[in-house]
Design a protein. Structure first.
Lengths: 294, 360
């Protein structure tokens, strides 16, 4: 689907709405029905407001693209294909980077776990002619393997959540905005004004506010902990305490903060914005049901 | 009535300025308030601290944003003033009222911004020891002095350090006990004879310790996540607060702006305060428990102890660690969330941040 389709569809649909109200106005004049004439005129004004919001949205997205290209210098076209919104593209790329970092952590843990697993199976016997004593000196490493296994599961969850975020952003960037023209049209009619306003607010909140918040996160993350901390681990046992700390820190930051806390935080803010914008546009949206998904 | 309002506004401005001591006319601009400016920037930069100077740092962003806030509010005041003058000239009453209310709100926003800047500056200067916090004012990796932010960071770092010590202590004891539990004695010719396990009874002790180790590991993960969140909240503050103040100055985004302000204040001011109040006791308790391990703090002697005291000590240790890593964060989050909801309701749109509590 073309990323700019929502703009063309929106313009076409709003033109149709204008034509409809024009017809209603003509009927009001032709049949000398002042109430119909007044109704058509009032609703025409509402349609103009919806059209202005549509135009404003187009302008806003172009402004965001210009801003993002100036600030970050995204590769590719100014329209940031296939999303048409550079903030969405940047956010998708950010979560791609997060996935890569988590995969590195997962691989490092898997390699370590492999080595520890071999060491944990060590068994020493002093039993010539099958008589004597034997023991395993390192079965205590099994629990370390278990812990590393849990950490690997956390990394796996983090990778999965990063994919979820990527998919959500791709859905917002490509699919969700197709609802925006529908919202504009629905808002133009008095019977569906509330629902239309809610749809428009949801689209703006998720297509504009949410990706910008993710972009903000990406700046924070790159400034705060851009480089992986796993490189400080080595075979020197004296460094293992620091190494474990680094793993925990990497895990806590990249999984708990970046893939869990930040998206929930961003979506909470985006839903808060959506709720207020919907009220401003003449509708009301109960985002608590959506918030429960978090 | 108007005079009362004006007097109240003037009082608030003066109170804010006196509170903060942050405003000085430097080249026509507000001098940026350096949050916790007692931290030696060079030292912080050398240690890669999040308060360090440089592009994207707390101080750089915070300093720049203060000017943005003031500029945005002044622009709004200027535009509304023009609208007010024009509407008066053309005698358009509705527009006059609208411009008037926008100017009031913009002014209120400016006062609010000054107050927050003042409170932040004040909190940086306040010695947390007056509320019973234990702190070494000497310069360390988290900066100098005993501000609430530094004490909160110190407390969580100490707690994390104690958990780390506890993990290695239990791991070492487990290594020894697990090794003993696998000892066997064999008698017999090749393929025939008897084998006796000398320590299979210890395997249950080892299993308990394994569970404890996993719990301690997860507790450490949660603690480090809190530590990172504490640091992150400082960075979020310098982005969200100015954005919230600017958005609150505009009529159409007032509610959302208020919500952002509430979140920024909640996480930057209330969260560290809650940590300071909550973690002092937990830190000292866990420190005593790690130091009071059977056989002393030297883990190498623990294998000589009977398993009973070790398991008893370990259960107490794990309990304390779980309180610090799960129960206390839950309480602090409830405090923060309640504050954010209340404040956001008062100054803008209510933001339901209870989803963040569920993360615990």
């Amino acid at each position: 689907m073309d990323e700019v389709a929502w703009r063309e569809i929106g313009i076409a649909m709003m033109s149709l709405v204008f034509v409809l109200y024009g017809f209603a106005y003509m009927i009001g004049i032709g049949f000398q029905l002042p109430k119909v004439k007044a109704w058509a005129r009032n609703e025409f004004y509402q349609a103009v407001v919806s059209a202005i919001i549509l135009g404003g949205m187009v302008g806003l997205v172009l402004s965001i693209n210009g801003l993002m290209n100036n600030l970050i210098g995204l590769p590719g076209t100014q329209t940031c294909d296939p999303y048409g919104n550079c903030a969405v593209k940047y956010a998708v790329d950010f979560f791609g980077g997060v996935r890569g970092g988590l995969l590195v952590g997962y691989s490092a843990l898997a390699g370590t776990n492999f080595g520890l697993g071999i060491a944990a199976s060590l068994r020493i016997s002093a039993a010539p002619h099958q008589t004597g004593v034997g023991f395993a000196p390192t079965p205590g490493l099994n629990v370390v393997c278990d812990l590393l296994g849990i950490m690997m599961q956390f990394y796996g969850i983090g990778i999965g959540l990063a994919w979820v975020n990527t998919t959500v952003l791709e859905f917002i960037g490509i699919q969700l905005m197709m609802l925006f023209p529908l919202g504009c049209v629905m808002r133009s009619f008095p019977w569906t004004r509330g629902a239309g306003a809610a749809i428009m607010a949801l689209c703006i909140g998720l297509y504009v506010v949410y990706p910008l918040l993710v972009t903000l996160d990406s700046w924070i993350v790159s400034n705060d902990m851009g480089s992986s901390r796993l490189s400080s681990c080595n075979f020197n046992p004296l460094s293992w305490n620091g190494c474990l700390d680094n793993w925990f820190t990497d895990l806590a930051y990249n999984v708990v903060i970046v893939t869990v806390f930040m998206p929930v935080f961003n979506l909470t803010l985006a839903f808060g914005f959506t709720k207020e914008l919907a009220r401003l546009l003449g509708g009301d949206i109960d985002v608590s049901a959506l918030a429960k998904l978090l | 009535m108007k005079w009362e309002r004006a007097a109240m506004a003037c009082f608030l401005v003066l109170a804010a300025l006196a509170f903060s001591g942050c405003v000085s006319g430097a080249g026509g601009k507000l001098a940026p308030v350096q949050v916790c400016a007692s931290d030696p920037a060079a030292q912080l930069a050398a240690e890669g601290h999040y308060l360090a100077t440089g592009n994207g740092s707390f101080l750089a962003i915070w300093g720049a944003w203060q000017n943005v806030i003031v500029t945005a509010v002044l622009i709004i005041l200027l535009v509304c003033g023009l609208v007010y003058a024009i509407s008066n000239a053309i005698a358009y009453r509705n527009l006059t009222v609208w411009a008037q209310s926008q100017m009031y709100e913009a002014f209120a926003t400016l006062v609010f911004a000054f107050l927050i800047v003042g409170i932040v500056s004040w909190m940086c200067g306040v010695d947390a020891r007056i509320v019973g916090a234990t702190c070494d004012p000497a310069c360390g990796p988290n900066g100098c002095g005993c501000s609430v932010f530094k004490v909160a960071d110190d407390y969580l770092s100490q707690f994390n350090g104690e958990i780390s010590k506890a993990w290695w202590a239990v791991a070492m004891a487990n290594m020894a006990i697990a090794a003993l539990s696998t000892t066997v004695f064999s008698v017999g010719a090749s393929g025939l004879g008897t084998t006796i396990g000398l320590g299979p009874g210890l395997s249950q002790v080892s299993a308990s310790m394994s569970s404890a180790l996993i719990m301690i590991g997860i507790a450490q993960l949660l603690t480090i996540a809190q530590l990172e969140l504490l640091r992150l909240s400082a960075v979020l503050f310098v982005y969200l607060l100015p954005a919230g103040i600017v958005l609150r100055a505009f009529g159409i985004t007032r509610g959302f702006g208020g919500g952002l302000i509430a979140i920024a204040i909640g996480f930057y001011l209330i969260y560290p305060l809650s940590i300071v109040f909550m973690y002092g006791l937990v830190d000292s308790q866990i420190h005593n428990q790690v130091g009071g391990a059977p056989g002393g703090s030297d883990e190498s002697t623990w294998q000589q102890q009977a398993s009973g005291p070790i398991v008893g000590w370990m259960c107490g240790l794990v309990g304390t660690i779980l309180v610090g890593a799960a129960v206390v964060p839950f309480i602090t989050f409830i405090i923060v969330v309640s504050f954010v909801r209340g404040l956001s309701q008062a100054i803008g749109e209510e933001v339901d941040v209870s989803n963040l509590t569920r993360l615990i």
